[in-house]
Design a binder for this molecule. Structure first.
Ligand SMILES: Cc1cc2nc3c(=O)[nH]c(=O)nc-3n(C[C@H](O)[C@H](O)[C@H](O)COP(=O)(O)O)c2cc1C
Length: 169
């Protein structure tokens, strides 16, 4: 597998299209095994502070939450067609209970620009270093607060500086 550096803006439409369905895979270093994966459906791709940023949202109840806080880095992985069931599975079971990457037979590689792990089977991955975090608070617009947080568990937002974007050849 070859890693080909690519332009960020040119990848955004495809990333956006896959966010809605089936989802992208957020991969972080784990303490029990090389990495954990969870499905994400929400993210922001763009430029902030004059830098390329990829922002992800993780609820405190996720196993990923402590891992991403500890690691300070993460990757966002776009999987090829045919992985829809696996992506759904990674968004419905927890790394507390299941080694999701081993279950799928996926291969973990270490990032080129950060120590964050990524999946060799992805077609594209973004390497990100957390530069800022902020919790969603009750100051969120009432309609969005009621609709998305009936049980609390308000997301933390991770602003990741995109240090590398690679297509897998
Ligand atoms: C399509 C889809 C999108 C999801 N998006 C998010 C998300 O953006 N943020 C989040 O915290 N959980 C999201 N989830 C839920 C987590 O992926 C799910 O709770 C997962 O089991 C957490 O894994 P973990 O406990 O190993 O971290 C999503 C689930 C699905 C199926």
């Amino acid at each position: 597998m070859n890693l080909v550096p690519v332009d960020y803006a040119a990848q955004v439409p495809e990333l956006m299209a896959n966010l809605h369905a089936p989802g992208l895979l957020l991969v972080v270093a784990d303490t029990r095994r090389p990495a954990n994966v969870m499905t994400i459906g929400w993210a922001l791709f763009g430029e902030v502070w004059g830098e390329p940023l990829c922002t992800v949202l993780v609820r405190p109840s996720r196993y990923t939450f402590d891992l991403i806080n500890r690691a300070g880095a993460y990757t966002v992985n776009l999987m090829p067609p045919g992985n829809e069931r696996a992506i759904q599975r990674c968004g419905s079971v927890s790394g507390r209970d299941v080694d999701k990457i081993a279950e799928q037979g996926w291969t973990v590689r270490t990032g080129e620009t950060t120590p964050a792990p990524y999946l060799a089977e992805a077609v594209l991955h973004l390497e990100c270093r957390t530069v800022f975090t902020t919790p969603v608070t009750n100051a969120l617009a009432p309609r969005l607060l009621a609709g998305n947080y009936p049980k609390g568990d308000l997301h933390t937002i991770y602003y990741g500086l995109v240090t590398g974007i690679f297509r897998h050849g």
